[in-house]
Design a protein around this ligand. Structure first.
Ligand code: GLP
Length: 244
């Protein structure tokens, strides 16, 4: 894995945006795999600025997202469709018809089938990733085994607690999600993780300071990919004792 250590969250986001910008400029009709969560927000902001001020052109880009909560309509402020629109798509010149976030309401089995077929048809150039405090990737929670393809996932109590900060009440946090599977994530040509957040030390340690590849920390599966990049701040690197 390639590891980039940055002085600040801002430079971490700029480094991530540099990688995406290069791909979009070289292949204007590429497909990007995108992620939600707080970690990539600054990078999306920076990409929007480059689109606005520097002509970075997303008009031919298509996207597919990692996951969606079950039970939230796309118009719900905490749905991942809403997140993507408000944090990125509304601020760049992308054709929203070419952006895909799985549906979290209606017939979930049909939604999963559709999600799997969209992923199968997408030739994802780069997949953006964050990591959950418990080491989850997308919404693939730690467990005795992981799934290759898109499926319904029961969220861990720790994930519900971590994501409760976005909801008025913990009881409002969905208990289930649809998520891309680990195999589908690994099919992307490149992986890019923005490793950020105060509760990420344990996952960061297992990812960067150990040789383990374990279902107990799905993020460690990234180590199996031939072109994976992790970007983190010096502060987090120092906390876990990582030296470049
Ligand atoms: C959610 C998403 C993940 C994301 C994680 C971490 O659970 N499903 O894809 O990586 O949150 O989010 P944050 O960056 O806010 O810590």
């Amino acid at each position: 894995m390639k590891v980039i250590v940055c002085d600040s969250y801002e430079s971490q986001c700029a480094a991530g945006a540099d990688i995406i910008e290069k791909i979009v400029r070289e292949k204007p009709d590429c497909c990007l795999g995108l992620a939600t969560g707080s970690s990539p927000v600054g990078m999306y902001k920076e990409l929007a600025r480059r689109c606005r001020e520097e002509g970075l052109d997303f008009s031919k880009v298509s996207t597919v997202n990692l996951d969606e909560y079950i039970g939230l309509e796309p118009t719900h402020e905490q749905s991942y469709r809403y997140f993507m629109d408000s944090n990125l798509f509304d601020h760049i010149n992308i054709d929203k018809a070419n952006t895909y976030v799985a549906k979290g309401t209606g017939d979930i089995d049909a939604n999963i089938a559709e999600f799997r077929s969209v992923i199968a048809k997408s030739d994802v150039e780069l997949q953006v990733l964050g990591v959950g405090a418990d080491g989850h990737l997308a919404f693939n929670e730690p467990g005795p085994s992981l799934y290759w393809s898109a499926h319904k996932e029961t969220l861990d109590e720790s994930t519900i607690s971590a994501n409760a900060r976005f909801f008025a009440d913990r009881d409002e946090v969905p208990r289930y999600a649809v998520t891309m599977g680990i195999g589908e994530i690994m099919m992307a040509k490149r992986l890019l993780m923005i490793l950020s957040g105060s509760n990420k030390e344990e996952a960061a340690r297992l990812l960067l300071m150990s040789d383990d590849v374990t279902c107990a920390c799905p993020a460690t599966l990234m180590k199996l990919h031939h072109d994976a990049t992790v970007i983190l701040t010096k502060e987090l690197a120092d906390k876990i004792g990582y030296k470049a």
